[in-house]
Design a protein around this ligand. Sequence first.
Ligand code: PGA
Ligand code: ZN
Length: 350
Amino acid sequence: NVIANAIIGLDALDINKIDDLMIKLDNTENKSNLGANAILGVSLAVLKAGANYLDIPLYKHIGGLRAHVLPIPLVNVINGGAHAFGKLDIQEFMIVPMKADSFHEAVRMAAETFHTLKSILERDNLSTAVGDEGGFSPEINSNKEALDYLTKAIKEAGYEGRMFIALDVAASEFISEDNTYKLKGGRILTSDDLINTYKKWIKEYPIVSIEDGLGEEDFEGWKKLSLELNPYIQNVGDDLFVTNKKIFMEGVKNGIGNSILIKLNQIGTFTETMDTIEYARNHGYSYIISHRSGETVDTTISDLAVGTNALEIKTGSMSRAERIEKYNRLMEIEDELGSSGVYAGKLINN
Ligand code: PGA
Ligand code: ZN
């Protein structure tokens, strides 16, 4: 009744204007009036209508002739934190098939490692039930043990040196009011303790990326974390920046992190998402296009990744249809692009 009346008859190619109109119509800071679900639904429908009208694939509509990069997938193979039962504090343990020649090969490497991990867990009589994002949620006792399982699976699958590790700690989920961190086992850590743990881990394991290593409220901790880790790894803000350009700008000005997770429904329109991506690009931050723990089979984010030449995508494990759909769409795009497509891992390795 509200949005339709305002936009029917407008030009779908003028999506900036339509998104802007919906933001004004909503007239709240956090889209609580019309709801981000309604606004984003319309925004993406308009985006797709534009691509249909032009009769071009969605990624070309987004990125034009230069849309040609297939992103490195950060593949979540062990789920912990709030996304699974069990004792793991860290929400996501991911494998990163960086040194592949193509996206197809990256998917094969990740799938083989995922299934090797399954066999190893079965051998140790651990559960191979999967969590929200399709990674296993075994009853192991420590975060370090999960890292050991990952390393073992990478080795046994034959990808040592080509496959790396990324973490989403999601520390906002276990920070207390006094900015200490309460682990599931009961131990209480300071931000310094966590930073030191990460420093140790990045020496011991092939970790290339850590997301939300500290809670979003722990600004002083984040400053320190950035000073210590930015030179060595990708230091990603998800809960920290929530795809919101204003919040992100504050972080960039203070040298916080060096990478941002991009979720369309955190900010609620296509146009604002692109504004945030543009700001990241202009300030030397990497950006990772991401799914949510709750997902549908919609594959817009695959096209968004290629359309923005994103070097990375985070879209879950090698199981659960709503995750696999995104990989399938990316492989379809890679086939379509043929020799004009390039796997981001090759860009980085060169
Ligand atoms: P969420 O988790 O969709 O539950 O926020 C995903 C993430 O933290 O990256
Ligand atoms: Zn996250």
